[in-house]
Design a binder for this molecule. Structure first.
Ligand code: G3I
Length: 301
């Protein structure tokens, strides 16, 4: 096939992009989005500060613009994200303890409920594990409400949207030997053994110019063996070499339960790492060499 979405679909997968609502009026951007992609993640518009700017007052305006565009164009949605230590609204940043726990539960109930039936997968919890060698949880106001906060978030999301796949999403968990990877693996193993509703793990895949660690496919295989789907949720690669993108794509398509890949933006100029030219389209919207690396790897699957 000749587009990312159609090529991924040949093996039952999706190919997605992070989308910013403000760019939906850019015709070059939208034409690439509609032509190439089959899944959309809002880059910022579903985060806690965007959807609940004042406690108990929900604003879905920008997120709805993205959802309506995506569903109207036949694309599916990844929701991002219901609980994160960053991008909390000001009122939440200063909360702790049982009041924060209750506010989190209400937030998830409201937002996942609002979008129930429209979301393929939710990043229920984002980036809850610490960097470095501990393999433990990241300190945050959410973590300080009790170590069970993540499973409470997943159970709350399931109750609010029984259909969406519920994912844990993080970065620097692609290398199997990393302590952070092992920490997340043990949590997923524990959740599956106790019946906590988790369906998928998102590997953000923000890579340096060398691309993925050599163990990436092993990591995806080992998580999938726990009984969850795995997805590459925020892919970008410094300098975007075709070989690094092809290797990343192959790591996914070689794993049956790797259900799709999302790049974190469309054109280099749309990227949070724009200085590193990390995406598949240049600032003019032209396909880069990395695009063909991905397309060929999808078509070989
Ligand atoms: O909305 C305001 C706007 O009103 C203001 O004029 C402008 C001026 O700085 O800032 C705008 O907000 C910015 C927002 O992006 C929208 O552009 C925030 O300051 C900025 O912090 C925010 O950055 C986002 C970042 O998450 C927030 O942590 C990036 O766009 C987004 O790409 C990035 O995405 C994250 C994933 O959610 C999680 N994984 C890592 C990834 C990259 O950091």
């Amino acid at each position: 096939a000749t587009t990312l979405g159609a090529s991924a679909a040949q093996s039952g997968r999706y190919f997605g992009a992070a989308v910013a609502a403000a760019k939906l009026s850019d015709s070059t951007y939208v034409s690439i989005l509609d032509r190439e992609f089959s899944m959309v993640t809002p880059e910022n518009e579903m985060k806690m500060d965007a959807t609940e700017p004042s406690q108990g007052q929900f604003n879905y305006t920008n997120a709805d613009r993205i959802v309506n565009h995506a569903l109207g164009a036949g694309m599916r949605m990844r929701g991002h994200t219901l609980a994160w230590y960053q991008q909390q609204p000001g009122w939440m940043q200063s909360m702790e303890g049982s009041a924060l726990r209750q506010a989190l539960i209400n937030h998830i109930t409201q937002v996942a409920g609002h979008y129930s039936g429209k979301i393929y997968a939710w990043d229920v919890v984002n980036e809850a594990f610490a960097d470095g060698g501990s393999g433990g949880r990241r300190d945050s106001n959410l973590q300080r409400t009790g170590n069970d906060w993540i499973e409470v978030a997943f159970r709350t999301a399931r109750a609010a949207d029984p259909v969406a796949k519920l994912c844990y999403n993080d970065y620097n968990i692609e290398d199997w030997s990393a302590a952070k990877t092992q920490g997340v693996y043990r949590m997923v193993q524990d959740f599956k053994s106790r019946g906590v509703p988790i369906d998928c793990v998102g590997f953000q895949s923000h890579f340096g110019s060398g691309g993925p660690p050599s163990s990436f496919q092993t990591t995806l295989t080992n998580f999938a063996a726990l009984g969850v789907d795995v997805q590459l949720t925020e892919l970008d690669i410094a300098q975007a070499s075709s070989s690094a993108y092809a290797a990343t794509t192959r790591a996914c398509v070689n794993v049956p339960r790797c259900t799709g890949i999302t790049t974190w933006g469309i054109r280099d100029t749309d990227s949070w790492r724009s200085g590193e030219n990390p995406l598949l389209f240049d600032g003019n919207g032209n396909k880069k060499a990395a695009y063909n690396g991905v397309l060929d790897a999808l078509n070989a699957a």
